[in-house]
Design a protein around this ligand. Sequence first.
Ligand SMILES: Cc1cc2nc3c(=O)[nH]c(=O)nc-3n(C[C@H](O)[C@H](O)[C@H](O)COP(=O)(O)O)c2cc1C
Length: 184
Amino acid sequence: MRRKMTILLGSPRRNGNSATLASSLAAGAAEAGYEVQSIWVNGLKITGCIDCRRCWTNGTHCFLNDDMKSVYSAIDLSSVIAFASPLYFYSWSAQIKPVWDRLLPYFSPNSKVDARGRRAVLISVAGDSSASCFDGLKKSFKLACDFAGWKIAGEILAYGLHAAGDASGRKEWLDKAFGLGKKL
Ligand SMILES: Cc1cc2nc3c(=O)[nH]c(=O)nc-3n(C[C@H](O)[C@H](O)[C@H](O)COP(=O)(O)O)c2cc1C
C-alpha cells in the first residue's frame, strides 16, 4: 500500500505563499512514493467544535454533519498530516483552527481510529522579517502534537513573504519544502 499524506491548506489565497510551499512539499513527497491529498479548508464548511461530548455516538467521528467528514476520511488513512497555514496574528489562520479543534474525536476515549503515532508537518509563512514571529505557533504545534501522540516530521517557517506570489521567487524555502517532502 502506498504511504499517504494529507496536506491541509489553511490560506484563503489559492496562489498564496503557504500553498506554494505546500506544493513543493507535495512534489517531494510524491517523489518519495507518497500519495498526497491536498485539501483547501477555506472552501469547506467546517464549524468549530461545540464540545457536545458526542464523538462517535452516532457511529462517525463527529455529531456535526459538515465538510469535516472529508477531512476525517483523508486523515484516517494518512501516516503524515501537514498543516499549511499563513501566520495570522502570530497563530493559525481562522480557516484551519476549526480543523484542529475537530480532531478531538481521535483523542476521545471511545475513538474508533487510533491516530497516535502519526507524523505531522508544519508549514507557515509570515510577512515579518524575523523567525521569532513563529514562536507562538511553533509552541502551539508542539503541544498539540505531544497531546496527539504525533511526531513532528519537520517544519518550514518562511518569513519575509507578503504578496501572494512572493514564495515563488524564494528558492531556499521551496528547496527546503521539497527536501522535507522527499525525506518523509
Ligand atoms: C489577517 C492577517 C493577519 C496577519 N498576521 C500576521 C502576523 O501576525 N505576523 C506576520 O508576520 N504576518 C502576518 N500576516 C501576513 C501573512 O502572514 C503573510 O502575508 C503571508 O505570506 C500570507 O500567507 P498566504 O500567502 O499563504 O496567504 C497577516 C495577514 C493577514 C491577512
